[in-house]
Structures are given as structure tokens and as C-alpha cells.
Write a protein that binds this ligand. Structure first.
Ligand SMILES: [Zn+2]
Length: 94
């Protein structure tokens, strides 16, 4: 999936340059360069495969490690401690 520079900037700034999940500082210039230091990708908060839209409001920045491990999980399946039971309805996010 190809994103514009504007999209990449938007996603990066959304979590102030940190991975949305583990919080490490990302290397902006290493966007999409798997294996590079602090490389990152645009994660679909609600996975595309589970009904999430490919729209900016569903994008968060994630380091490659988190994005790979999250894969097609809902965020509360990936990081259950962060989401209260009441916050686990995908319809609240899309
Ligand atoms: Zn991470």
C-alpha cells in the first residue's frame, strides 16, 4: 500500500513520533524500511481484514515489531491491559 508524504507525516505526528503501542521513538526517515533502526509503518488500528477503513482516522504509527506482531488483531487483543472492556467495540472507532 502506498501512502503520500502527507499521509506519512500525519500518521507520524499522531503519536508525536513514537510507536503507538510500545512507545519507542521512531525514525521518521526509516518509514517502511524493515530492518532499519526504529523503522515504522502505518498500522490500521482496526485491521482492514476486520472491517477497518483505509482512512487517516484509522491509522496509527507502529514500529515494525509491533505492527508485525499485531497483524490482524484488534488493538485490545494485542494490548488488552490498555483497553477497558467498554472500549472494545470496533464500531466506536470507525
Ligand atoms: Zn512498537
Amino acid at each position: 500500500m502506498a501512502y503520500s508524504d502527507e499521509d506519512i507525516n500525519w500518521a507520524h505526528d499522531r503519536a508525536d513520533g513514537h510507536c503507538f503501542y510500545c512507545g519507542i521513538r521512531l525514525s521518521f526517515k526509516n518509514y517502511g524500511i524493515v530492518g532499519a533502526h526504529a523503522a515504522w509503518e502505518i498500522d490500521h488500528f482496526i485491521p482492514l481484514s476486520r472491517g477497518g477503513p483505509d482512512q487517516p482516522y484509522n491509522w496509527v504509527p507502529a514500529c515494525v515489531d509491533c505492527n508485525t506482531r499485531k497483524s490482524d488483531l484488534f488493538p485490545w487483543e494485542f494490548d488488552p491491559l490498555r483497553f477497558e472492556e467498554d472500549d472494545r467495540d470496533p464500531d466506536n472507532y470507525v
